[in-house]
Write a protein that binds this ligand. Structure first.
Ligand code: HEC
Length: 494
């Protein structure tokens, strides 16, 4: 009986330790070597509780299900081993967490998962041992209350083990590590875009142009100074300066005109020796232009009547092919999104899809903000081309960091207010073709640095509120800067 009490106290004390752990602060500054040394044992130890708890819970459930009166003796030893290894793993994991090498929401979730698992383990163990001993003394069958709850708590243990180790796996290998190469048979039908919602231009016409025209009209080989890679590039036209798409007027649209010229005509596109568009494809293009040549027009608004239906029937195999491609792209994007989210959480950043530009991402501060330096930006280098927006107000980004930013070729918006930027690095940004907005309010922008803004011909808006540039320089940039609107406003931070 005395032992029993001591056992209860011991489990209670262990539970108390676990509850306190997540509330201890992560120390900043250098970590002691022993912490790193012991902490790293987490990676080794964790395999024990995973195996032992699954085995234990499985065996317990089995004896419960079979209503065996004699529990195997091995179970008692298993309980001790599983609980002890679980507790040690959590302690080591906590030390690893305290080194500060791991940060972000994923780590916090993993920590809480571990603590929850440890607590449930202690409670279930206590419960199991007290009912078992009661049974031995009174030889009574366990109350119905415990018969129902006990298996539930065992099942919860299994779920928590799987959940926590999955989070841990994601931490070391990145999210989607397990599922990345899983066969995608089931999902490919689940997330299909309905045929009605296919975009006539992007999903149907553009792939046709891709196959028939892009060999000569692409960024590396732009015949007739005409690029056929997107809606806007077609609109922009080519050497002749003729309007490519005239809404409602296929005959006036140069694009359509060139495609429908007789085969022997020199101006016919594609040139003679190349395979041209099919009759159906030409019909669809004509119909789309006559109906306004809108980028967002969907197949659901497509050609009406029997002609439309016949056309839809003949395009069906084409749609299926498009669907597959579309689904694959969506899946790749989903994986990329997960990867970047994970990378962000490791670096103390929020990296999320930019709702305005499909396939591109925004980089922002966490709340509360973590320390973000030039070094942090450098860690993103493998993905520079994917960022459309960088918003790091109050960060420690310097002029050197702008060199990293200058390689983000898709960047549209840059928000760096309240930073120590002096402006020397702004010169790097002149090659970013899409950059439209810069916010440098309350930065340490110098007169000399501010003059580099004159090189940024592509930029449309610059916010300079609260900087200390002299009135003369301010006037000079306002006067001589080619396009930018210099704004004496604080401007948005995101
Ligand atoms: C084998 C190469 C080749 C292919 C394939 C090709 N083109 Fe061209 N394209 C040219 C050349 C060369 C010119 C410039 C000479 C000219 O204007 O005819 C040109 C010019 C054009 C122009 C005129 C641009 C301007 O404003 O001067 C249009 C429009 C055009 N192509 C459309 C297309 C379309 C649509 C397709 C696909 C159906 C296509 N081309 C496929 C070689 C090609």
């Amino acid at each position: 009986m005395k032992n029993k009490k001591a056992f209860g106290w011991l489990l209670g004390l262990a539970a108390l330790v676990l509850v306190i752990l997540p509330f201890l602060p992560v120390p900043t500054g250098p970590t002691s070597d022993w912490k790193v040394f012991l902490g790293r044992f987490h990676i080794l130890l964790l395999h024990f509780p995973i195996g032992l708890i699954l085995l234990l819970a499985g065996m317990e459930l089995w004896t419960f299900y079979k209503q065996e009166t004699k529990r195997p003796k091995a179970l008692n030893i298993l309980w001790i081993a599983a609980t002890l290894s679980c507790f040690c793993t959590i302690l080591a994991g906590f030390l690893l967490y305290q080194t500060g090498d791991y940060q972000g929401s994923l780590v916090r979730q993993h920590l809480w998962g571990g603590i929850g698992l440890g607590l449930l383990m202690l409670v279930t163990y206590y419960w199991q041992s007290s009912t078992a001993s009661k049974q031995q003394i009174t030889n009574a069958s366990p109350s119905s209350w415990s018969t129902k709850l006990y298996p539930i708590s065992l099942l919860s243990l299994i779920i928590l083990v799987v959940y926590t180790s999955h989070l841990g796996g994601s931490l070391t290998h990145g999210p989607g590590f397990l599922t990345e190469y899983a066969p995608q048979l089931s999902t490919s039908t689940a997330v299909q875009k309905p045929t009605e919602e296919l975009l006539i231009f992007e999903d149907i016409l553009l792939p046709i142009f891709e196959a028939r025209c892009q060999s000569c009209h692409n960024p590396h080989k732009t015949k007739g100074d005409f690029l056929i890679t997107s809606y806007s590039s077609i609109q922009a036209g080519g050497k002749s300066g003729k309007a490519m798409l005239v809404s409602g007027e296929s005959a006036q649209s140069e694009l359509y005109h060139r495609i429908t010229l007789p085969l022997q005509d020199d101006e016919r596109m594609p040139p003679k020796q190349k395979k041209g568009l099919s009759e159906d494809e030409v019909t669809l293009l004509k119909w789309w232009i006559e109906e306004g040549a809108r980028e967002q027009m969907q197949w659901g608004e497509g050609p009406p009547g029997p002609e439309g239906q016949a056309l839809a029937g003949r395009f069906l195999p084409y749609f299926n092919q498009q669907q597959k491609k579309w689904v694959k792209e969506e899946q790749e994007l989903a994986i990329l999104t997960q990867k970047l989210d994970y990378l962000g959480s490791k670096l103390g950043l929020v990296i999320a899809p930019d709702p305005n530009y499909k396939g591109l991402f925004s980089v922002a501060q966490t709340i509360p903000p973590a320390t973000v330096t030039d070094e942090t930006l450098h860690s993103l280098r493998a993905h520079y081309h994917l960022f459309s927006k960088v918003s790091l107000p109050g960060s420690e980004i310097t002029d050197d960091g702008l060199f990293s930013i200058s390689q983000m070729t898709a960047l549209q918006e840059l928000y760096l207010p309240k930073t120590c930027l002096k402006g020397k690095g702004l010169a790097y940004l002149s090659d970013l073709p899409e950059l439209k907005t810069i916010n440098l309010s309350y930065s340490l922008l110098s007169d000399e640095g501010a003059l580099h803004l004159l090189d940024l011909k592509q930029v449309e808006k610059v916010y300079l509120f609260g900087t200390h540039i002299s009135p003369a320089v301010w006037e000079a940039i306002e006067k001589f800067s080619p396009a930018p609107t210099i704004l004496a406003e604080e401007g948005p931070y995101f």
